[in-house]
Ligand binder design. Structure first.
Ligand code: NAD
Ligand code: UDP
Length: 350
């Protein structure tokens, strides 16, 4: 008899959110690289609430201690400052390998370092998975499809990437990280999972990382012009962070070893998206009793080189293999985001 198999119990350490008490047999020792970043910190929250033991490795390049500080001191949690370019040893059952800057501004800041992080960092973490027999999950990206010639993108599409362009450090870095992952799988029987993540947004996204969702919301809240790059006919599909975390955990728990797209199929031109964000920001402001003095303008700026023209995931594999599909509409997610940035502005931290 084990009391915890009869009903769900929670620990009630007063300083922390209630964490599920798992029997030892189902509690995992989970390593999350890049766990102090945007996606990582939400994943860590969920893994902690589920009752697992979580170690975060992060060099705090784009992540911050504050994104996971609410867990510091919890007996199931550990935060380690470490650069994944250097080897690391720990006993663990699962590795979620996220460490890598994700926004164009950040990954182009030091392109060679981005490539090193993708290649050497993934090599080190796969070596760790091999030694400890941990299951390894790589957070790859829709960028492996480059500027795609097939639409929507299915996992068996090989992609269309410029190997020497400004985005190559990230795109090719992730492509070689996938190659390494399947190399270890085929040669050394490492148990691997690969998530190809499409544009994701949500609270804790760095407001200054230059990505379109954060840029547009912050601009609209400040009453500044919304900057659409190019004519705005390029498309993206936006997924809310909670859906992504559901998908990552479902993938880790599944038997699916092939790459799996995780994204929301609702596709917008960037110009349509600018209009939508402007409308939602105005609606939220009015609902909160804030007078909206004038509509902000939508202005056009130069299109960055190699900016993909279209992007939308085919998520059939995730639906079939993981029984996963996004639950957050873009409107619901954007409303949450607007309230999050509004609160940050009110407390003076934005
Ligand atoms: P992020 O920049 O917020 O998080 C990345 C984290 O990795 C940060 O905490 C950073 O400090 C850490 N890091 C970077 N280099 C490191 C190194 N050498 N050693 C240790 N830590 C390092 O980005 P994110 O949006 O949370 O992305 C997380 C993962 O998901 C990345 O692998 C990214 O490629 C992938 N991804 C994200 C998106 C998205 O839309 N957010 C889309 C596709 C793929
Ligand atoms: N974009 C834009 N205005 C901005 C920021 C981005 O028009 O202020 C465009 C960008 O050119 C791209 C799309 O929005 O076509 C998504 O950009 P982001 O950097 O968010 O993600 P990625 O290009 O990596 O998909």
């Amino acid at each position: 008899y084990h009391p915890h198999t009869q009903s769900i119990s929670y620990t009630t350490l007063s300083r922390f959110p209630p964490v599920r008490l798992l029997p030892q047999s189902s509690r995992k020792r989970v390593l999350v690289t890049g766990g102090a970043g945007f996606v990582g910190s939400h994943l860590v929250d969920r893994l902690m609430l589920l009752g697992h033991e979580v170690t975060v490795l992060d060099n705090f390049f784009t992540g911050s201690k504050t994104s996971v500080s609410h867990w510091v001191g919890h007996p199931n949690f550990e935060l380690v400052r470490h650069d994944v370019v250097e080897p690391f040893m720990i006993e663990c059952d699962q590795i979620y390998h996220l460490a890598c800057p994700a926004s164009p501004v950040h990954y182009q800041f030091n392109a060679v370092k981005t490539i090193k992080t993708s290649f050497q960092g993934t090599l080190n973490m796969l070596g760790l998975a091999k030694r400890t027999k941990a299951r390894f999950l790589l957070t790859s990206t829709s960028e492996v499809y480059g500027d795609p010639e097939e639409h929507p993108q299915r996992e068996d599409y090989w992609g269309h990437v410029n190997p020497i362009g400004p985005r190559a450090c990230y795109d090719e870095g992730k492509r070689v990280a996938e190659t390494l992952t399947y190399g270890f799988h085929n040669q050394d029987n490492v148990d691997v999972r690969v998530a190809r993540i499409f544009n994701t947004y949500g609270p804790r996204m760095n407001p200054y990382d230059g990505r379109v969702v954060s840029n547009f919301i912050v601009q609209a809240l400040r009453g500044e012009n919304l900057t659409v790059y190019g004519d705005g006919s390029q498309t993206r599909s936006f997924q809310y962070i909670h859906d992504l975390v559901d998908g990552l955990i479902a993938l880790m728990s599944s038997d699916e070893t092939r790459p799996v797209n995780l994204g929301n199929g609702d596709e917008f031109t960037i110009l349509e998206f600018a209009h939508l964000v402007r409308d939602i920001v105005e609606e939220v402001q009015r609902a909160d009793g804030v007078a909206v003095p004038r509509r902000v303008n939508i202005v056009h700026e130069g299109l960055p080189k190699d900016d993909p023209q279209k992007r939308r995931p085919d998520t059939t594999r995730a639906k079939t293999s993981l029984e996963w599909q996004p639950r957050w509409t873009v409107r619901m997610g954007l409303e949450e985001m607007v309230r999050y940035y509004k609160a940050k502005m009110a407390e003076g931290s934005l």
